[in-house]
Design a protein around this ligand. Sequence first.
Ligand code: 7TS
Length: 586
Amino acid sequence: MTLVAEPIQTFDPLSVRKDFPILSTESRGKPLVYLDNGATTQKPRSVIETLQTYYEKQNANIHRGVYQLSQLATEGYEKARRVVQRFINAADPAEIIFTRGTTESINLVANSFGRAFLKQDDEIVISGLEHHSNIVPWQMICQQTGARLRVIPINDRGELQLETLSEMLSPQVKLVAITHLSNSLGTVIPLDQIIPMVHSVGAKILVDGAQWVAHAPTDVQHLGVDFYAFSGHKLFSPTGIGVLYGRREVLEKMPPYQGGGDMIEQVTFEKTTYAPLPNKFEAGTPNIAGAIGLARGIEYLQNVGLSAVRAYEKQLHRYLTDRVQDIDGIRVIGTAREKAGVVSFVVEQPSISHHDVGVMLDLEGIAVRTGHHCCQPVMDRFNIPGTVRASIALYNTRQDIDRLAEALEKIIAVARTKNRTRSGSTATTTGLQDVRFPDPEGDCPETVAEELIENFSLFDDWKDRYQLIIEMGEKLLPMPVELKNEMTRVHGCQSTVHLFARKRPGTVDSLDFLADSDAELVRGLIAILQKVFSGQSARSILAFDVNGFFRKLGLEDHLSMGRRNGLAGMVERIRSHANQILSVSG
Ligand code: 7TS
């Protein structure tokens, strides 16, 4: 698609897709379906080329060189500020502060506004929908100042309870920090109702626009916000660049957040005076290429036309919601009347952990996010550990959603068939003597490990190795429910994991263990650990090079960081039992 001066009001998603090189690549041997735009968006060719051109032809530090290159870079950076200003309709470019992203923008306000205006017993109000980055900075500043953090609750649909907000608001409230669009549930917040309420008690309002800005036009003056934060990478632009908009009158009264170069007027050892806005808040060399790339990303979106994007995505979101909720066995989490961008759900019948669904979708070339989405309080509110989340952008199509729905239907159908044939891992028992533990598979962990490595080496493709792990998990010996308690729970895993170990009867220092998880992949990993360790002597378990073994199986490269941490947690638990056995047996 070529860039045009006037926004086009209808657009063809297939033509838009051609502007994003990554969308024509494959993942796991299948055409990529990218539905994780809430985490980050893909970049159009114009943004990628802008970065390259900047580094090839314009790179220099800004605001300081007398030479032409530095002036070019400075012009590009300051032009980017004006592009952002117009994008959100700020009154003045000085109200646009470049940051690393939403997280840094919020931390800036929490620290600077907090230090200037918060005291004991003041109140900060946030909502039950917030991302951790709009919770933790406020908790930290409350601890430092003695202010209190209060939370607007959400209802079963995932909407804010505005009646409670109106009860909470009092002159003690100094700031309300709230998302514009929830990243975990897709709820759109009725800012037009909230902002006048907040201002009526003299409080300031910060809006976290991380999820919103790519989906619809934003006008900070019309909204009447005091602060508005967003990230470039969720807006078709590079990572490491973001924006804090602040009303000039408020920013003027706030002290700098960080000290350093480019934010001063004059420095002596006795006293420093600060530069005017926006430099006061931009200490050090900023992300110059990032800012220029962000301006290009915004221009791209403006050329497509945000109103057209909004209209198209509304239909697409409706289609996504309908397709997902029509699948038997799936429950959509978050059913607010006004939603955008995101559809979150759990697979309940049969119950399949969000992580397993994500891994199985990945094998079909479909990228979604799974987990708590950095919104643990939202998950707690719905009493679930996490969800599967599909989040759309302007380049997604009905075909993408059809691929997702078809893959989900297949995953559920396969799980139902397996459940019918599975012996059941929730066996109960009356005493430990009835419980079956696996017998050792070899003389020592090394021999079993070698055999496993050989089996795995028959499969080059991770997809086949993954299948092998899942099949091993299916043969796991059942762990009685009585053994699944807080004592046997292994924390630090994304899924629920229990591990019970004991000295193997009739041996000097061998270890037996049983473990189970609600996640299929983890059951497979448990089976691997069991083959290598169960029935082996504590000494040989402690001597075994487990990391080398995982590397050779290919686990290091293919497991997510969370899964690797969980696996390390299980190994740690096994090793600590081995140590205990040794200390008792002397
Ligand atoms: N606020 C919201 C509402 C977000 O969704 C995110 C990131 C942030 C703040 C933090 O943005 P950052 O750019 O500073 O990291 N949300 C997500 C997500 O939903 N999946 O990955 C990141």
